[in-house]
Design a protein around this ligand. Structure first.
Ligand code: F6P
Length: 501
């Protein structure tokens, strides 16, 4: 714990959740915040007036207002890479030149979709979207969340270098009907380019003489894509200042926009813009990303929570935890401050989760009775995503609410095996419906919350040097340049590929 403010936060009295409700009859009204069709219930966290006050003082010390302004006006806040983090410009908030540029690139994307729709480029009904990390997780999650099932295009998002991911898609798809979309910010990522070459080979083997004529590239390195062979009329660039894990608002959203309709993509941007405005204009005590970050920091720094669990009580949001893992852990999994000094606080918690009710019958035992304190986040949607008997959706929502209530209330028993300690925190996000606008607002909320956490920690959430060493090692192993590896790795390599490989 560094500053006096952190010391004050750590010294706050630890009042049980049930007592907080008894003390403050307005707790639900005060900590139930609403924005863009989402109700955020923070009342089952240990935040109270004193904690919020202490965090607001910390936020002032960390210059949160200036940092939010710097983020949303496109100042170069990613200092280790010397650039801005301009995902909000894709939604209309930012440096005017960047907002105009993003708008122009969106129009270009829209035009290409219109051309594809005319059929002049081919009779496409299937899309293979290749990308990894931020170039795949967002599009895949969005498509699963928003597809209705009656769309003209079948979309397969493939990320892994493991041929077992791509092969079944190639077996199912028809080469002549497939549009290949290569999504890579850098256009250098090994997995994506290997898979892209495999798809081109598959097309050639099917007699397609110009497979590159069926390719669209989404990238911040357009020259690289053209050099690779993609026709420049089908390269959809986006700005270098949009980070990979923040890129679904850019041309990286192309496959989803094509598969679900460009208006769906526009609604997504509009929903995110609503959250941007809320984040920009709202005092900290009612500012939803800020308040959620206060709770995050409370549990990580004060209560020693090493993980945070996210459970979507909606099958359509089943990929949200995967998406959030990259957003939060790649952003805030750092151990140095902005000045490069050792971080004396704990960085991002490990984010994990799944879908309810399945998770209740697998991992909730630990949440209710384990020795780890895990802040839980529940998501549920009021409007059902299915047309079966209402008992399904009602049961789903009731289970969701029951879990939050049970974690908080606990249940005393003289039999210690049957005792539930309770006082376990949760946040519930209740969406009116799962549409593009609401989802856009939800994802922007998560982005801004991640940013506020980074500001409170005084770290840079926009670089990711931690992933580079593994890539270098993989290249060194592949090159087999005679450099001696450690004995364990040599043995694994020998067993897998034979001696001398
Ligand atoms: O290795 C991590 C990473 O750089 C992520 O940050 C990024 O989202 C992913 O790889 C994919 O990178 P690219 O879009 O450049 O292929």
């Amino acid at each position: 714990m560094t500053s006096d403010h952190w010391q004050a936060i750590k010294a706050l009295p630890q009042i049980p959740l049930t007592s907080l409700f008894e003390k403050d009859t307005n707790r639900v009204a005060n900590l139930g915040l609403e924005q863009a069709g989402i109700y955020f219930d923070l009342s089952k966290t240990h935040l109270d007036d004193n904690a919020i006050q202490a965090f607001q003082e910390l936020a002032d010390e960390m210059d949160l207002s200036a940092k939010v302004a710097a983020l949303l006006t496109g100042e170069p806040i990613n200092i280790s890479e010397g650039r801005a983090a301009e995902h909000s410009a894709e939604r209309g908030t930012g440096n005017p030149a960047s907002v105009d540029n993003a708008h122009m690139l969106h129009q270009r994307m829209k035009s290409l979709i219109e051309v594809i729709e005319t059929g002049v480029l081919g009779d496409f009904t299937q899309i293979i979207h290749l990308g990894i990390g931020g170039s795949a997780l967002g599009p895949k999650m969005l498509h699963q969340a928003l597809k209705l099932g009656d769309e003209k295009y079948e979309l397969a998002v493939v990320s892994n270098i493991d041929g077992a991911a791509l092969e079944p898609v190639l077996e199912r798809f028809t080469a002549g009907k497939t549009l290949l979309v290569i999504a890579s910010k850098t256009f250098t990522t090994a997995e994506t380019l290997l898979n892209a070459n495999a798809v081109l080979d598959w097309m050639r083997e099917d007699g397609i003489t110009d497979p590159l004529g069926q390719v669209v590239a989404l990238t911040a390195a357009p020259d690289q894509a053209v050099e690779w062979g993609v026709d420049e009329t089908r390269v959809l660039p986006f700005s270098e200042s949009v980070g990979g894990r923040y890129s679904l608002w850019s041309s990286i959203g192309f496959s989803v926009a094509l598969a679900l309709g460009y208006e769906v993509f526009e609604d997504l941007l509009a929903g995110a813009a609503m959250m941007d405005q809320h984040f920009q204009d709202t005092p900290w005590g009612q500012n939803i990303p800020v308040m959620a970050a206060f709770a995050d920091q409370y549990y990580t720094q004060v209560r020693g929570c090493e993980t945070r669990a996210v459970f979507a009580y909606d099958e359509r949001l089943g990929l949200l935890p995967d998406y959030l893992q990259q957003l939060e852990m790649e952003s805030n999994g750092k151990s140095v401050t902005l000045d490069g000094e050792p971080l004396e606080l704990h960085s991002s918690p490990i984010v994990w989760g799944g879908v309810g009710t399945d998770a209740q019958h697998a991992v909730f035992q630990l949440l209710h009775q384990g020795t780890h304190l895990v802040p839980v986040e529940f998501l549920a949607v009021i409007e059902p995503g299915d047309s079966l008997h209402p008992a399904h959706h009602q049961g789903l929502l009731l289970n969701c609410f029951a879990q939050g209530a049970a974690l908080m209330a606990g249940k005393k028993s003289d039999d210690s095996h049957r005792n539930y300690q309770g006082d376990r925190p949760s946040v519930t996000l209740l969406l009116e419906s799962l549409d593009a606008r609401t989802l856009g607002a939800l994802l922007a909320f998560y982005e801004h919350r991640t940013f506020v956490n980074a500001v409170l920690l005084n770290i840079n959430p926009f670089d990711q040097f931690g992933v580079e060493l593994g890539k270098q090692m993989a290249n060194a192993l592949a090159a087999d340049d005679g450099n001696q590896l450690d004995a364990s790795t040599e043995e694994l390599k020998k067993r897998a590929f034979g001696p001398g490989q």
